[in-house]
Design a binder for this molecule. Structure first.
Ligand SMILES: Cc1cc2nc3c(=O)[nH]c(=O)nc-3n(C[C@H](O)[C@H](O)[C@H](O)COP(=O)(O)OP(=O)(O)OC[C@H]3O[C@@H](n4cnc5c(N)ncnc54)[C@H](O)[C@@H]3O)c2cc1C
Length: 813
């Protein structure tokens, strides 16, 4: 027997489907000096008892990418590693009971086709041809996914393990990691068999991930649900039908009723995501177990009764079968239900690939993504939806439990664009929260911060139910229009708590920052946008840079980017520079619109003639504030940055001064409309690592004269080759819904691009979309089509500049 390894380049903690896939992909990338530690036998966590469904369906582009990759990988894996597996590609039908649900299917089918998958929408009558035993009288239609199927999770894990071993990677079973410590640049992973010294550690510990995270000082945002499926005995009619047609039934998902029903041998497997769900290991009398290997929870059929009855009404054949077995196992959830794959926030050379809710269908893709993070420091697809840094530390256990249960209970719910589920709110409140609330604010959470989305007028429906629609004109629409027009004609104020703020100072600051961003660092007293590219020239992040002094800058970035941007800056910081986070010290009001100067003039003696993209210190009612002359709304305006303790008085003084000038509070929905008309990109929608800085149309933020900056070589090579895709603004004559993210753009019957954001522009009276288009078509006046929920509508490429105030005259006024 080989000796226990005392060193390795990478140690993976956890031998479920995900850990095994991570090891396999690392080995395939040539990183064979990798060891996987499993405390018990491989699959002992959630993997052994998983149902093994392998859908490709997702309303998230990146997760669909991951699942599509998994399905492709699994098809060839048995042969590739010489380990035959039970993988049945049965296809699936996903039932729709409403027009809104069918729109979801159309959207996902559109994305799927763009990823090369032939997903199909079936009418109620066609569903029966795929699934003969179905009651269809109350259906609106279905989505057919020919790639869906089920795999034996244990065989999958063993196949991945075999492939990894064959390439030289090692697996130590019955060998728990018991702790880690840092020595110099190395991690020491402790086990009862001895220490392993390594460069990189991966937490792939499934529902134990929180315990493992603690060793790194990391509070993994997660909780554990109990999830059940039921196995039903052989049904002779089903056996006979299967013998006749020579294949199994497609997997059935009744998503509006919230369960799947799969043919299992000649019987069924029924798996609900029930509303009356149950969390485990969250109370003192139900502590987290030291070890739960190969164990299950007791059956809890009471919770499932409604679902069994519903499934029997849908597929009456099920009534004939005896229930033979219930599997009730632990399944981990993050607060948004997506897994954690990527860098462990704030911890060097440590990664996470854990907390998977759909870890069988995602294992393949997750292994690829994790291996890319480890070996290249970046991933092929933008994976923000799964990036551990999307959580920032405010997610305490109570929050994780509430959100996890909420996601589980709505696992199949439609992700409407204006809707958010109500749990876990009011985690962080602006100091003027009560005041904006009194004015009718309806809030949304941004990194835990409550920000006004819109201001409801008397009689407006501000209910959560009111937002469960794809339609543009929900209850908020009229109010948002008034807010936008107030910003256009008079002035608006938006209370914007939660910006992430980092101050960097010391000799060499500017030289360092010049190497980090693609463009120029502004002069003292000025501010501007800085784009941070990766080595491939792709857009990592965008920050506003205020030059405070010769050797000092203040970087302000999105609330949700807090952990991401902090990690990026700190991990690239030159030694000797001082880094200070000031996120909690300050807050911000956006004051914008043609009357904003007159309003400010009443409350401060600051020089309000200072040009666009300058900042100055000013006094408002005795409070020292920073006035930054910028407006994401694209009008004359200032951001008023005040110390948190001064913010309430500043807000009140400005509001009072605004009364005579038509000042009106506005919210994030209006800001979205205004910024899209102005062609201003939003991070992780329009700006992501799916695009390079040049594709993103950010050429004017690239300073080629600089000797070097991160990504320069790649961007220069791209420039030389010719940029193949270009950022464009479009106007679209769509129906009653604005195009969701990744709606496809068509030209001469071919897909030639996609939207990255779209919204109704109230100033321009048009549906405005931002997107990426094949470069040869990216010229003003090109007529395109845009596919929205399966229908193609005319769209027109606009000129180089934004469609609102293309010469920036209003903003510079
Ligand atoms: C009833 C049920 C049905 C499901 N059906 C599906 C399905 O149809 N499709 C789907 O995609 N997903 C399904 N899932 C979810 C799926 O099971 C999980 O998402 C998946 O198994 C997670 O894999 P993993 O490798 O991340 O974690 P796990 O399989 O839990 O693996 C983690 C491993 O880490 C090991 N470990 C923990 N701590 C240590 C340590 N300190 N040292 C060494 N090893 C350690 C554990 O022993 C464990 O083996 C289902 C879950 C349940 C409960």
């Amino acid at each position: 027997m080989a000796e226990f390894p005392t060193s390795a380049r990478v140690v993976i903690i956890g031998g479920g489907a995900v850990g095994a896939s991570a090891l396999y992909h690392l080995a395939k990338a040539g990183w064979t000096d990798a060891v996987l530690l499993e405390k018990n036998e491989l699959t002992a966590g959630s993997t052994w008892h998983a149902a093994g469904n392998v859908p490709t369906f997702s309303s998230s582009w990146s997760i669909m990418n991951m699942q599509r990759y998994s399905a492709q990988l699994y098809r060839g894996l048995g042969d590739a590693v010489d380990y035959p597996m039970n993988y049945h590609v049965t296809g699936s039908v996903r039932l729709g009971h409403s027009a809104e649900r069918l729109r979801e299917f159309q959207r996902v089918a559109g994305m799927g086709r763009y990823q090369g998958m032939d997903l199909d929408i079936l009418g109620p009558d066609e569903v029966r041809s795929r699934y003969p035993f179905l009651e269809t009288h109350d259906l609106s239609g279905a989505l057919y996914d020919p790639y869906d199927g089920d795999i034996d999770p244990a065989q999958l894990t063993q196949a991945l393990a075999k492939g990894a071993r064959a390439l030289g990677a090692r697996i130590e079973r019955f060998c728990p990691a018991t702790g880690v410590r840092r020595e110099g640049d190395e991690w020491i992973v402790q086990t009862p068999k001895g220490d392993i010294r390594c460069e990189i550690v991966v937490n792939a510990a499934g529902y134990y991930a929180r315990e493992v995270g603690k060793w790194f000082g990391r509070d993994v945002p997660m909780m554990v649900m109990s999830h059940q499926y039921m196995l039903f005995d052989t049904i002779p009619e089903l056996a006979q039908w299967t013998a006749e047609v020579g294949h199994k039934l497609p997997l059935l998902r009744d998503v509006d009723s919230s369960y799947y029903l799969r043919q299992e041998k000649m019987g069924f497997n029924l798996g609900p995501y029930e509303r009356n769900c149950r969390a485990h290991w969250v109370t003192k009398d139900d502590p987290f177990p030291e070890d739960f290997s190969f164990q299950l929870f007791p059956d809890d059929l009471e919770r499932l009764e409604w679902y069994i009855a519903d499934a029997m009404a849908r597929v009456p054949l099920l009534e004939k079968a005896a229930l033979t077995k219930v599997i009730n196992g632990p399944i981990p959830y993050t607060p948004d239900g997506n897994p954690l794959i990527g860098p462990m926030p704030g911890v060097p050379n440590a990664f996470e690939a854990c907390v998977f809710t759909f870890g069988i269908c995602q294992a393949g893709g997750a292994g690829k993504v994790l291996a890319e993070w480890v070996t290249e420091g970046a991933t092929e697809w933008d994976m923000w939806s799964c990036d551990p840094r999307r959580f920032t530390g405010f997610e305490d256990q109570d929050y994780c439990v509430k959100k996890g249960m909420e996601v589980y209970g709505h696992e199949y719910a439609i992700g409407f664009p204006h809707h958010a589920w109500p749990e876990g709110r009011d985690k962080k409140l602006s100091v003027v929260h009560e005041r904006t609330k009194a004015l009718g604010a309806v809030y949304g959470a941004y990194n835990g911060w409550e920000r006004a989305l819109w201001y409801a007028r008397p009689g407006d429906d501000a209910s959560e139910e009111g937002t469960q629609t794809w339609r543009r004109e929900g209850p908020w629409f009229g109010a948002v229009r008034e807010e936008c027009l107030a910003v256009r004609d008079a002035a608006g104020i938006l209370d914007l708590p939660g910006f992430s703020r980092f101050r960097i100072s010391g000799a060499g600051t500017i030289d360092w920052l010049t190497r980090q961003i693609t463009g120029k660092v502004p002069a003292v007293g000025r501010l501007g946008l800085g784009y941070f590219a990766d080595d491939k020239g792709r857009i990592v992040t965008e920050m506003s840079i205020s030059r405070i002094a010769e050797d000092e800058v203040l970087l302000i970035t999105a609330a949700t980017a807090q952990s991401h941007d902090r990690d990026w800056l700190q991990s690239h910081l030159d030694p000797g520079l001082t880094f200070r986070e000031e996120t909690d010290l300050w807050s911000c009001q956006i004051l914008t619109g043609p009357k904003s100067r007159a309003i400010l003039a009443e409350v401060t003696k600051a020089d309000l003639t200072k040009p666009w993209l300058t900042w100055q210190e000013a006094d408002i009612g005795g409070a020292r504030v920073m006035l930054m002359r910028v407006s994401f709304a694209g009008e004359l305006g200032w951001e008023i940055h005040s110390r948190t303790e001064d913010t309430a008085s500043v807000w009140e003084i400005v509001m009072r001064a605004g009364t005579g000038h038509g000042l009106r509070p506005f919210g994030m929905f209006a800001l979205n409309s205004l910024r899209i008309e102005k062609g201003y990109r939003a991070w992780k929608g329009d700006l992501s690592t799916d695009y390079t800085v040049l594709q993103g149309g950010l050429d004017r933020f690239v300073d080629w004269t600089k000797p070097d900056f991160r990504g320069k070589a790649a961007l220069a090579a791209e420039q030389q080759r010719g940029v193949t895709k270009r950022f464009v603004t479009l106007t679209a004559q769509v129906g009653d819904c604005d195009p969701p993210y990744m709606s496809t753009l068509w030209h001469n019957g071919e897909v030639v691009g996609e939207t990255t954001s779209a919204y109704w522009g109230h100033r321009t009276g048009a549906c405005v979309a931002l997107g990426m288009l094949r470069a040869d078509l990216a010229q003003a006046g090109t007529a395109l089509e845009i596919e929205v929920f399966g229908t193609r509508y005319p769209a027109l490429v606009q000129g180089d500049g934004p469609i609102w105030d293309p010469k920036n005259e209003r903003i510079r006024a």
